[in-house]
Write a protein that binds this ligand. Sequence first.
Ligand code: ADP
Length: 144
Amino acid sequence: MYNSILVPIDISEDSLTHMVIPFVQAHTALNTAKVHFLTVIPSLPYYSSLGLAYPVEMPKLKEFQHAALAKLDEIVKQFKIPPDKIQTHAVTGAPKDEILKLADTIDADLIIIASHKPDISTYLLGSNAAAVVRHAKCPVLVVR
Ligand code: ADP
């Protein structure tokens, strides 16, 4: 069975999280797997493009990271997985790169991801989901 499952979460998208919950539960029912939840905060260039000065930026980023992790911890409660089987992560960067990087770090044997935002129906796969499907070294379950 699975030992290490990665579930990337866009904390701004409640509906996507709700779609993913039953699939995560189905794959963790035996309680053998450690489930890693990851949220990625857009990287520094994003903020500097808004004209934010670099020295002011760094403490802000730490605050963002704390806030994102707190929100993720809240969201993860809905999955009803035993706390000792959960680890939450909040990092800065490009979501697809950070998802793939953490998958390597935790030696993920499954990634569970939603296909795209419900309101962007023109795309079958969002850009992050597509990159993860293409580059991941383990099976990827795309929820739609
Ligand atoms: P869209 O472009 O429609 O938002 P994405 O490919 O970005 O599609 O999102 C699909 C999935 O990718 C999300 O459900 C989530 O699992 C993951 N994802 C997207 N953005 C992030 C993020 N900032 N942090 C963690 N996971 C993300």
